[in-house]
Design a protein around this ligand. Structure first.
Ligand code: BES
Ligand code: MN
Ligand code: MN
Length: 468
């Protein structure tokens, strides 16, 4: 196909405007599928959601298929190549986090409900709603112009929320399918309502589960307490030893490879209109905490951390029970920054755990998943094109930010494809991702779709030969 066609942007905009309620209806259909990747009881639902995405893409004649890849299936699709124009890879995920705790949802997690301009459902913003903007924008192009101005490839996976364990090998085995000039991902946030952002850095992650095992069964804490090691107490002590009073992680060598923040970047963070008081009000906390010597944005975006994600042991029922539990366990994770290596962290953790295990306790450490952090350059025509499309779609130029969350495959994209990765988040930081009452602003859904439609055109103007 030829690169140049006369495109009437008004036709596109009009199509997007007149199809808004249809797009919302489609999004709700996808949100009704409980595609919880972590829960094997939902494996069939995960697959159904993947098939739904395939059918959407096929409905406007893209070549789409559901690929088996060891775990939950992968959606792959592509449009015809456009000589002289870039090939753009869209990545997203159709799986979601578990909806627990269920009793805190105002409306059920898989019954999408609109309230005050927000659509509430698990996956609304992370990532079904954001991902769908790049599908609907392609639909708009094909149904009004007849074709896309660039070649689009889609990889929409069903395992992002469990660490993207099978995607890496797919990428290694299918270099042709993945060949592209840039990657576009909407799976992050704007800086604030009305202030869109381009994200140039993500933290990595290293996630573990730890089991401490004491006596063969729960014991009377009066008869045995004091004479037998208590796994719950030992676990509390071990977890507490991981971080000191200054918020510094105590694993030997943990900070060895940490890329320090430059003065320029610290100034750039400082210049962002971040309102600490409003942030505290949003979370209903009276104080913030973290590593001494760093601002809140620095702590959240560019410094490594440790968080306990789950903790269990002993009696959880009503009233008091004098028991010395036989077992205790925890799920916890480190957020990593460039250039920390998750495997090195695991080695150091194994030694730490062994040296902090008291006599009479057995330990088992499970290594769930790990991914390094990433910071990406901003000096490319692709970033400029994205900024221009955002300004047009949102009515305001984006600010450049880092994020504390992780998208495991982004590091692989950035390092192995040699193509710029554009992280264009349409969400808000109070969208309750992974929490009860997840939501996505309906207006942001449409602004994101419009921006995506503009982006395809802005990217078409780039000569991939000159800016590879
Ligand atoms: N979309 C998020 C990551 C994210 C959140 C990026 C906010 C930027 C801003 C993604 O779905 C996610 O939750 N990732 C997990 C990765 C993990 C399960 C390997 C995360 O960060 O916890
Ligand atoms: Mn996501
Ligand atoms: Mn997520």
């Amino acid at each position: 196909m030829k690169k140049n066609v006369t495109v009437n942007i008004d036709d596109l905009t009009q199509y997007l405007n007149t199809h808004q309620s249809e797009f919302e209806k489609d999004l709700c259909e996808l949100l009704r599928i409980p595609s919880v990747s972590a829960d094997s009881n939902h494996a069939a639902d995960v697959r159904r959601a993947g098939q739904w995405v395939v059918d959407q893409l096929k409905s406007f004649s893209l070549d789409a298929e559901l690929l088996e890849n060891g775990g939950h299936p992968l959606v792959y699709a592509e449009s015809p190549a456009v000589p002289g124009a870039p090939t753009v890879l869209v990545y997203g995920h159709y799986d979601v986090q578990p909806p627990d705790p269920l009793d805190e949802w105002i409306s059920p997690p898989f019954e999408p409900t609109e309230r005050d301009g927000d659509l509430f459902a698990r996956g609304a913003t992370d990532d079904k709603g954001q991902m769908l903007t790049h599908v609907k924008s392609a639909q708009a192009w094909i149904e009004t112009v007849g074709r896309l101005p660039i070649q689009l490839k889609y990889i929409i996976e069903g395992e992002e929320e469990v660490g993207s364990g099978h995607l890496e090998s797919f990428i290694a085995a299918q270099p042709k399918k993945l060949a592209c000039d840039c990657v576009v991902i909407s799976d992050s946030c704007q800086f604030a309502p009305g202030q869109p952002a381009i994200t140039y850095g993500l933290r990595g992650i290293a996630y573990y589960e730890l089991h401490l095992i004491g006596p063969k069964q729960d014991l009377h804490s009066g008869t045995f307490g004091g004479g037998v090691a208590n796994p719950a107490g030992a676990l509390a002590k071990m977890l507490a030893a991981l971080v000191d009073d200054q918020g510094r992680i105590q694993l030997p060598g943990f900070y060895d490879d940490v890329l320090p923040l430059t003065d320029a970047e610290r100034e750039q963070f400082q210049s962002l209109p971040f309102d600490e008081q409003a942030f505290m009000r949003q979370l209903d906390v009276e104080a913030l905490s973290g590593e001494t010597g760093y601002s809140t944005l620095e702590r959240r975006w560019a410094r490594p951390t440790c968080d306990v994600n789950g903790l269990w042991s002993g009696y959880q029922g009503e009233g008091a029970k004098t028991v010395l539990p036989a077992k205790a366990g925890a799920k916890f994770s480190f957020r990593l920054v460039p250039d920390q290596d998750p495997e090195k962290i695991t080695e150091s953790l194994r030694e730490f755990v062994a040296s902090h295990t008291p006599p009479g306790i057995q330990v088992e450490l499970i290594d769930y998943h790990g991914a390094p952090g990433v910071v990406m350059p901003l000096d490319s025509p692709y970033v400029k094109a994205a900024a221009a499309a955002i300004e047009k779609g949102f009515g305001r130029a984006p600010v450049f930010i880092r994020e504390g969350g992780s998208i495991p495959i982004v590091t692989t994209f950035a390092h192995t494809l040699g193509a710029p990765v554009l992280l264009l988040g349409w969400g808000q930081s109070d969208d309750n991702t992974h929490s009860p009452n997840e939501k996505f602003s309906v207006a942001d859904f449409h602004r994101g779709t419009r921006t995506s439609a503009f982006l395809w055109q802005a990217l078409a103007a780039i000569d991939p030969q000159k800016s590879g």
